[in-house]
Design a protein around this ligand. Structure first.
Ligand code: ATP
Ligand code: MG
Length: 349
């Protein structure tokens, strides 16, 4: 029996995680689901943002489903010393799990083209998976300094770091349309030359049947919004991926629709990309689609149960067409929307 740890956290986290858990229980009743504290909720009950009990449970888990962490700007949590704040709990969780590949699907579901800021003919059928390297590159390198009027950071990768994230991208592409676009700036950066050669090697050694091409990051930024239909899997290093994935996140039309997965060699971490949305927390109006779709990613990538993931994806799409939540201009509340997803699952199962 796979063990799932849920960490609802703060703000709308508990509302949307509860919805995702209802859906998981419906499609996979064999899962053991155990809830633990993180973030501000953990501070309130234990005085720490990532308590030992949570740490222990995460170590034993087969997959972790996270809600959202953090409070409003003026929250008293933000007056605590930095290591005691909610966000430190999140960083500690990510460090413990060691996930080096961040996966973000960017999909415009059939019938929901009108939500996209892109023209409908551009938005129609968009189905991209961004695979971003998460533990290396300029954000993590130790060679960093601010020295008066001069400063530097360093983008560094080892071949092994590039290869392991490239394997995730090819593995995902094999379950999709079989095309990987690797993003770099190999015309000006040596680190990109290494990136390009390592990705090409992984392809040539193990994934010759898939299609690989290399594109420059500036060109990808333009094409993601002017011709998003040309992409299947987009593989990128950490800094480029940070920017490109937020750019692409605008395409579907609401943060409330965007799930994510972070994968490494152990258990994966699955979470909506939106924040704690304190402005709507506790009102029962948050869109749970991102959390429910994160649960689908948990089944697909964390537990290797793609058929169940597809069922959930289908039920969410149907529920969105039938009656969207307020962020999408509709009137369905969190529970009404979740009930509609559950009904859809009963029809398809
Ligand atoms: P954080 O600092 O926690 O990341 P943020 O400022 O990045 O927060 P979010 O909390 O993601 O932002 O919210 C941005 C806006 O989107 C808010 O107005 C919020 O209400 C809305 N929003 C975010 N997630 C959802 C959701 N699931 N359903 C409805 N609205 C949402
Ligand atoms: Mg945010």
């Amino acid at each position: 029996m796979p063990k799932i740890v849920t960490l609802p956290g703060d703000g709308i986290g508990p509302e949307v995680t509860a919805a995702a858990v209802e859906v998981l229980r419906e499609v996979a009743p064999d899962l053991t689901i155990e809830e633990h504290l993180i973030g501000g909720a953990a501070i309130e009950q234990t005085g720490e943002p990532f308590p030992a009990a949570t740490r222990g449970a995460v170590r034993e888990a087969d997959a972790v489903l996270l809600g959202t962490v953090g409070g409003p700007q003026d929250s008293p949590w933000n007056r605590l010393p930095r290591p005691q704040r909610p966000e430190s709990g999140l960083l500690a969780l990510r460090r413990l799990m060691g996930c080096y590949a961040n996966l973000r699907p960017v999909r415009v579901l059939p019938g929901l083209e009108h939500l996209s800021p892109l023209r409908p003919e551009l938005a129609r059928g968009v189905d991209i998976l961004i695979v971003r390297e998460l533990l290396g590159g300029i954000y993590f390198d130790g060679d960093r300094r601010l020295d008066g009027d001069s400063a530097h950071n360093t983008m560094r990768y080892t071949r092994a770091e590039v290869e392991r994230v490239a394997r995730v991208a090819f593995w995902a592409a094999a379950q999709r349309r079989g095309r990987v676009t690797s993003v770099d700036k190999a015309n000006v950066l040596e680190v990109s030359e290494l990136w390009r050669s390592a990705v090409q090697d992984v392809h040539d050694r193990k994934y010759r049947d898939l299609h690989l091409n290399h594109e420059y990051v500036d060109s990808v930024a333009m094409l993601l919004v002017s011709n998003p239909g040309r992409y299947d899997v987009v593989l990128t290093e950490n800094l480029f991926g940070d920017i490109l994935s937020d750019l692409a996140a605008v395409i579907p039309g609401s943060l409330g629709l965007m799930p994510s997965a972070s994968l490494g060699d152990g258990a994966g971490l699955f979470e909506p990309i939106h924040g704690s949305a304190p402005d709507i927390a506790g009102q029962g109006v948050a869109n749970p689609a991102a959390a429910i779709l994160s649960a689908a990613m948990l089944l697909r990538h964390g537990l290797n149960r793609p058929a169940l993931a597809n069922q959930i994806d289908g039920a969410v799409a149907q529920a969105l067409r039938a009656g969207p939540t307020a962020d999408l201009g509709g009137r369905a509340g969190t529970q009404a929307f979740t009930d509609r997803v559950l009904e859809g699952l009963q029809v398809t199962s």
